[in-house]
Design a binder for this molecule. Structure first.
Ligand code: 26Q
Length: 817
């Protein structure tokens, strides 16, 4: 087999030939989009070879496989990532240079795959990269949404949602597999009876049947043949299943099923379509697992030995009753044997402690939409009840029950049906055990564990920040790409003034790249010599973007009032999408944008500060925003952010964390030391104390703090808008609804922390040193570490076996053990 990526000349020939075959043109005459599509398909085809070897090896060696079930995979772009992981980036770049084409321009043509809301979806994407790079057989299972999360535009200072047509040019990575379709059944009636042996039988007459059709994307590891699969399910009509006279209704229902991602990452009251989506990809994914298992093994008895299923939050929790249904109804297992297999196979990750965000569904909805599944849930609940009684914990059953208040509590179902329950940062897992899931943790302490999140340092450092990467290679070699813990080697040089200076220049380069983007897209000039202070994440009250902008407002107001009050010049960047139905969040965006307009156009103040709201926050924007930051804003109310993951990406690129003791911030300061971050604000225990004594009084803070009072007054005195009622929701939230997330309580400490950061920044060597220490200590937050822990402690995965010949065939070196 000839490898077209072996050298630039060979690749150039392959590329030009393929452009002619596909589009009937010379390369020079082809449109950029055509060149992009051809480049993508050549890469995809090449991956077909490693894909084949991977599948073969897994089947031959009976390698245990993981299926990561997630409603969201926020993949972003894949071109750069794939070329670099395959180790052929330079060859392709050279070939394109020869053809007079900048590879970067082609990379930019790829649409982000924005199949997710935020942290949870991006975590899933990072996990896929680490799984493949560590030679673990780990596959993703999700929905092929025709539209990604909405595109955000700012019109009249407000968020407007537009469709995200990510498939406009098609998707070069996917392979359509209509031959592997699955029928998914909803609604209708179930006639159930027991036969003379006491065995359950049912005749199910569904009212709605669709076909689930898979599209597979190859997920390639770093410099290894391992190529895993992300399977995205599309819905298609089942010709036999249309009820007479209901064709249009049916077609619309099929089409709605995979139309878009639910744009809400806190739970809004259960929408039937969302539940349909959940069952749709669960049912299809389980069916695939069973079929593929039976192609290799004669029985399902060993399913749990050869397969692990991880539930990314409760969204795919119907895996538990669905697998029970298949084992019992289709393969004749009795309850206990089926239950043992299910529990051995399934594990659950929790991503939230906010009780209002725990998923619950009205019982009637589940019963009507999924009658057999509901019946199984009832039986799980019944047996669980007796189990709890038998262990003398009946007094705590109500806390744990699955069916109560006319609702199905998905988190309870997840805990009962899994062998492992994990939180996503140490503090979060502790809160789960001590508080939110305490009854469960008392019943089954061995089931609970922590897996602190991580991010792939390949995308978030190596590929998105090539300037920093080459500097790191110069000092510590390139071993850290495979072994992120080797970043620690940098500790030896953090006091080296040459490295400090070189690093500050790298940071400046990144700031210039961001400044150019801001100039080109928003027409605003920012000064790259100011501090770049960045908060980018979903807009949520608990994340307290409001506290950030109120601090900016306070500085502005003081500078206007007092000509002697001046600050370290700073550019405050914000990027955030709000759920379309989340009125308060949208009002906070409006406030940020209006403050930006005022501040940036004030000739006097804008020399000291600017405020930039970057619209449409996405993976691709994160890739240029985060690595340009000096300061990483991680200011959620303590106890509310399960982990956070942008905090880790900032750290890897040297930004200093300005944050509360929440989520993974706690572990970040543990790594770097309190002297290399700026921690402020009330801690979980202190907040609990205040709540216990019911002693929080916003008006007394208001009355004793003129600076803050001035900021709050400015919300309705026409400082930022000609309409005094423009920010009524915000004012009410803080002052009338008692400021649920303690913005006022932490405000002064936050302002003080900012002053300290500003002073710090003026000491350039000290600042550079702290940034370098952050990079050196960031290896722990690579998802490679996280995935190793999942693989060893939850999944029990072994590496995929390749022969030295296989490595060689694809141009990789097998690492010495
Ligand atoms: C549920 C039901 C109905 C509609 C929507 C949803 C829904 C969708 C998405 C609920 C939650 C989400 C996403 C949650 C999420 O992103 N959580 C974040 O997960 C990260 C990865 O673990 C953590 O770092 C963040 O702290 C956490 O907020």
């Amino acid at each position: 087999m000839k490898n077209i990526f072996s050298d630039a000349q060979t690749f150039k020939e392959a590329l030009t030939t393929e452009v002619a075959h596909r589009f009937g043109r010379d390369f020079e005459d082809a449109y950029p989009e055509e060149r992009y599509l051809v480049l993508g398909s050549l890469i995809r085809d090449q991956l077909g070879n490693t894909w084949k070897e991977t599948k073969k090896s897994v089947a031959e060696h009976h390698t245990k496989q993981l299926y990561y079930f997630s409603m969201e995979f926020l993949m972003g772009r894949l071109m750069t990532n794939n070329l670099m992981n395959m180790g052929v980036y330079d060859v392709v770049k050279e070939a394109l240079d020869d053809l007079g084409m900048d590879l970067h321009n082609l990379e930019e043509l790829e649409a982000d795959a924005g199949l997710g809301n935020g942290g949870l979806g991006r975590l899933a994407a990072c996990f896929l990269d680490s799984l493949a790079s560590l030679n673990l057989a780990g596959n993703g299972n999700c929905i092929r949404y025709r539209y990604g999360l909405f595109k955000q535009e700012i019109i009249n200072d407000q968020q407007v949602e537009k469709p995200d047509c990510w498939l406009r040019l098609g998707n070069v990575w996917e392979v359509w597999k209509p031959q592997h379709d699955v029928r998914v059944k909803f609604g209708g009636t179930l006639d159930a009876y027991m036969d003379q042996f006491g065995k359950f039988h049912s005749n199910y007459h569904p009212s709605f049947v669709v076909r689930a059709v898979p599209y597979d994307e190859p997920i390639v590891g770093y410099h290894t043949p391992t190529t895993n699969t992300l399977r995205l399910w599309d819905a298609a009509v089942d010709e036999e299943s249309v009820q007479a006279g209901k064709l249009n209704e049916y077609l619309n229902a099929v089409s709605a099923l995979t139309a878009n991602v639910y744009p809400d990452d806190s739970t809004e009251e259960g929408k039937e379509l969302r539940l349909k989506q959940e069952y749709f990809f669960v049912c299809a994914g389980v069916d695939q697992i069973i079929r593929s298992h039976l192609r290799t093994y004669p029985t399902l008895d060993n399913l749990g030995e050869k397969t692990a299923i991880q539930l990314n939050d409760t969204h795919p929790v119907l895996v538990i009753p669905e697998l029970m249904r298949v084992l019992m109804d289709d393969y004749n297992y009795n309850w206990d044997d089926a239950w043992n297999i299910v529990r051995q196979t399934v594990a659950y990750t929790n991503h939230t402690i906010m009780s209002e965000a725990l998923e619950r569904w009205p019982q009637h909805l589940v019963r009507n939409l999924l009658p057999r599944i509901y019946m199984i849930i009832e039986e799980i609940e019944r047996r669980f009840y007796h189990y709890v009684q038998a262990r003398g914990m009946g007094n705590r059953f109500a806390e744990m029950s699955i069916l109560k208040d006319q609702q199905v509590h998905m988190a309870s179902l997840a805990v009962v049906g899994s062998h492992s329950v994990n939180g996503v940062a140490a503090i979060h897992s502790e809160i789960l055990v001590n508080d939110v899931m305490n009854a469960f943790a008392t019943l089954w302490p061995e089931r609970f564990n922590n897996k602190t999140n991580g991010v792939t340092h390949r995308r978030w450092l190596v590929y998105s920040n090539p300037q920093l990467t080459s500097l790191l290679k110069e000092y510590i070699g390139d071993g850290f790409i495979r072994h992120p813990e080797q970043l620690e080697k940098l500790m030896e040089y953090v006091d080296d003034p040459t490295l400090q200076e070189k690093f500050m220049n790298v940071k400046l380069e990144r700031k210039k790249i961001l400044a150019k983007y801001v100039h080109d897209e928003l027409g605003i000039d920012v000064d790259v010599n100011t501090v770049f202070d960045v908060q980018c994440k979903r807009l949520h009250a608990y994340k307290r973007q409001l506290m950030n902008i109120m601090h900016v407002m306070s500085l502005y107001l003081r500078m206007k009032q007092d000509p002697n009050f001046r600050v370290q010049p700073t550019t405050y960047f914000f990027a955030a999408k709000a759920a379309p139905g989340y009125a308060l969040a949208k009002e906070i965006i409006k406030l940020i944008v209006k403050v930006a307009n005022r501040v940036n156009n004030d000739p006097l103040v804008s020399r000291y500060m600017k405020v930039i709201f970057i619209p449409n926050y996405s993976v691709s924007i994160a890739e240029i925003l985060i690595n340009a930051a000096d300061v990483s804003e991680q200011i959620s109310m303590a106890g509310k952010e399960a982990s956070g993951t942008s905090n880790m990406k900032f750290m890897m690129n040297g930004a200093l964390t300005l944050g509360t003791l929440d989520g993974a911030n706690v572990e970040i300061v543990e790594q770097v030391g309190y002297e290399n971050a700026k921690i402020f604000g009330l801690r979980v225990e202190e907040l609990e104390e205040i709540k216990r004594h019911n002693s929080y009084d916003v008006w007394s803070i208001y009355n004793s703090n003129p600076n803050l009072a001035r900021v709050i007054d400015s919300l309705h005195d026409c400082t930022w808008s000609s309409n005094p009622n423009e920010f009524q929701l915000i004012f009410n939230d803080l002052m009338l609804h008692r400021d649920e997330f303690f913005v006022l309580a932490d405000f002064d400490a936050y302002a003080q922390a900012h002053r300290e950061v500003s002073a710090w920044y003026q000491n350039r060597p000290a600042w550079a040193r702290a940034m370098l220490i952050n990079i050196a200590k960031s290896g722990y937050f690579s998802s490679d570490r996280t995935i190793r822990q999942y693989a060893n402690e939850i999944w029990g995965l072994d590496e995929i076996q390749f022969t030295p010949e296989q490595y060689e065939k694809f141009g990789f070196e097998k690492e010495a053990e």
